[in-house]
Design a protein around this ligand. Structure first.
Ligand code: CUA
Length: 319
């Protein structure tokens, strides 16, 4: 922490200086406009006060037209610059770069759970390597939370029943705050933690220094067997009572009602929890719901496992 007065939290991500630049621009324009208008109000109030002998005849009609044009065009350009710059930055932060390191996040009253692709998991602490895009895929076990990293200038709501995402690339090693930014009950204030940004070699050492739990794919495979999913979804070309899951992820699926959907994470999640919502053409809605029987983490592990069935295939590479 430095001693000078800080108007902003530290800038510790690639996005931070860009968000701040927009922020300063918005603030600068607002301050300039406020001062301009306030000054003119005072100036005119004094100059045109009652009894002051000044010229009060109306402006020449030609000038009036140009004044109209100017005070429509100039503010229009300014507000469009707000929109353009803001939209550009929004799209940048909404689209994680390819090859980002994906970390799974589960929010619940009142803690954050993080799971790394190698299987390590941690609570309220997040370790990430510097200089590498990190993508967080987030879901809530209960109410709406919001993941907020002030030093990275990113924040996104974490919702029950739906995946949301967020990405950042840290530019400086060190420890930074992470907060829940959505009031979520009595323990909201304690739902915070620390993100530790490390050199990539330190991150590797940190990963291997812990006994990794099962990877999501391994845990998903175990759950898949435990829930007897294979008795219907055995795949491998043989026609089971349920459609094959091999090579499914990312593909188009034709449904009984004629619609076509993409087999993404939302679709898989829905098909596990509410199987009757989207029935694949050629199959009967006989699958029982697994709502309440599998935790959000379990659903995610199953999806990771189903994705791994797609990755092993020669075609249909997913980024
Ligand atoms: Cu979780 Cu506030």
């Amino acid at each position: 922490m430095n001693t000078e007065i800080q108007f902003q939290p530290e800038q510790a991500s690639t996005l931070a200086p860009r968000v701040d630049a927009l922020y300063y621009y918005l603030t600068g324009v607002s301050v300039f406009m406020t001062l301009l208008i306030a000054t003119l109000i005072v100036f005119f109030a004094i100059r045109y006060r009652r009894g002051n002998k000044v010229d009060r005849s109306p402006l020449d009609l030609r000038y009036q037209k140009w004044m109209e044009v100017i005070w429509i065009a100039v503010p229009l350009v300014i507000v469009l610059s707000f929109f353009g710059w803001g939209a550009w930055l929004y799209l940048e932060q909404a689209r994680p770069p390819l090859g980002a390191l994906e970390i799974q996040v589960t929010g619940k009253q009142w803690m954050w759970k993080f799971q790394h692709p190698q299987g390590n998991s941690e609570i309220n602490d997040l370790h990430v390597p510097v200089g590498r895009p990190i993508k967080l895929t987030m879901i809530s076990e209960d109410v709406i939370h919001s993941m907020y990293f002030p030093a990275f200038r990113v924040k996104h709501d974490v919702l029950p029943g739906r995946y949301t995402g967020l990405w950042f690339e840290a530019t400086r090693t060190g420890q930074y705050h992470l907060f829940c930014a959505e009031y979520c009950g009595a323990g909201h204030a304690v739902m915070k933690g620390t993100v530790t940004v490390m050199e990539p070699s330190d991150y590797e050492a940190w990963l291997s220094g812990r006994v990794p739990d099962q990877t999501p794919v391994e845990a998903g495979k175990a759950l898949f067997e435990e829930m007897r999913c294979a008795s219907c979804h055995q795949g491998g070309g043989t026609q089971g009572r349920g459609p094959s899951l091999v090579n499914l992820f990312g593909k188009e699926v034709r449904l009984k009602d004629g619609r076509t959907v993409i087999a993404n994470e939302e679709y898989l999640r829905e098909s596990i929890l509410t199987p009757a919502a989207k029935v694949v053409v050629g199959y009967e809605p006989i699958m029982p719901t697994f709502q309440g029987q599998i935790s959000e983490e379990g659903v995610r592990d199953l999806i990771a496992y189903i994705k791994s069935l797609a990755e092993s295939a020669p075609t249909g590479e997913e980024p």
